[in-house]
Design a protein around this ligand. Structure first.
Ligand code: BTN
Length: 329
């Protein structure tokens, strides 16, 4: 006997119904709603169990117990508190780079707020041509399409803003003291746990789309990092000593960033200054910043309203747009 075919949208609808209920849902109700036999309903429930949903079957009823921490469109949508961010969601098991997929979608007209996620990336990209280590099931690999109505000059500020949103998200979900290392690396316990890669598609002074790529090391253990990253990288789990629900971090980031982005569109980073000051990792530190052949050394005084780093070079404050920062011991 062949087992009845499972229709995934039907399984999703069943899951929504069971999850929304405070108690047990009779199998007969699912049969009626979907015009299926009891055997068919049970096959759909078995499919959900295979996807790691914990459901309790008892006396011809089914009760929801728990959901897996998977970055599926269904899980991302469930309990998402945003108006636009994440409302259109392309969730992949494997992608080369979610930023590349998001850029393609943006070129094909995808609306603002569309997100692309992956459980793993095979060619995750970082800033300055580096790669982003993206092992399966442990991190958040997310790209968000924005279509801001401001000139391309304001895009670097948006990148800093994303860093502020990631830092705040980590603080609120985990209570960890996260810091933003300008322009947009997030540090916990002196090590990097998240990075941001912002890419711009613009023409004749107009932005078509900004792709905001966010990578967060969430549940990596030491062994999940390659040797060359172990000293400088960490994860929320390593810093906290327990696992963290990726979905909670992702949803909170989308909620926080959506609010901050609306505020940033109305002005600049001015209203974020107190927050920026609180979370600034480099403030008061002696650093060297390199951009191409140029190299400058000084003490960081903060970040200005456009997101530029304020560097005190022997008493002269210079506002720096971009570069690679290293801290002088
Ligand atoms: C960095 O710190 O160098 C930036 C890392 C950005 C990584 C994210 S993961 C999701 C998105 N897709 C990519 O290929 N890169 C970004």
């Amino acid at each position: 006997m062949t087992s009845p075919a499972v229709d995934i949208p039907t399984a999703d609808q069943m899951l929504r119904r069971i999850r929304a209920s405070n108690g047990a849902v009779p199998l007969a109700e699912l049969q009626r709603t979907h015009n299926l036999t009891q055997v068919d309903v049970l096959s759909h429930l078995a499919y959900l169990a295979d996807c790691d949903y914990k459901l309790r079957l008892r006396r011809d009823t089914v009760t929801f117990q728990s959901a897996p921490d998977l970055l599926t469109a269904l899980e991302i949508e469930h309990g998402l508190k945003t108006a636009r961010f994440g409302r259109v969601c392309h969730a992949y098991q494997t992608a080369k780079s979610t930023n590349d997929l998001a850029m393609q979608l943006a070129e094909n007209g995808a609306p603002e707020g569309t997100i692309v996620t992956a459980e793993q990336q095979t060619k995750g990209r970082g800033r300055l041509g580096r790669s982003w280590h993206s092992p399966a099931g442990l991190g958040i690999y997310l790209s968000l399409i924005l279509r801001p109505d401001f000139p391309p000059e304001r895009a670097p500020g948006l990148s800093v803003l994303t860093g502020i949103a990631v830092t705040e998200t980590i603080r609120s979900v985990t209570n960890l003291e996260a810091f933003l290392k300008w322009p947009n690396d997030v540090y916990v316990g002196g090590k990097k746990c998240a990075g941001i890669l912002t890419e711009l598609s613009a023409e004749r002074g107009r932005i078509h789309a900004v792709i905001v790529g966010v990578g967060i090391n969430v549940n990596h253990g030491v062994a999940h990092f390659p040797d060359n990253l172990r000293r400088q990288a960490t994860s929320l789990r390593r810093a906290l000593g327990r696992k963290v629900t990726r979905i909670a971090v992702l949803q909170e980031f989308l909620r926080t960033f959506e609010k901050m982005y609306a505020r940033y569109q109305r002005s600049d980073l001015r209203s974020f200054a107190p927050l920026c000051k609180k979370i600034c990792y480099l403030r008061g530190r002696q650093i060297v910043i390199s951009a191409g052949a140029e190299r400058r050394e000084g003490i960081v005084r903060g970040v200005d309203d456009s997101g530029r780093l304020l560097l005190d070079c022997n008493g002269m404050i210079q506002a720096i747009n971009a570069g690679d920062v290293s801290i002088v011991k």
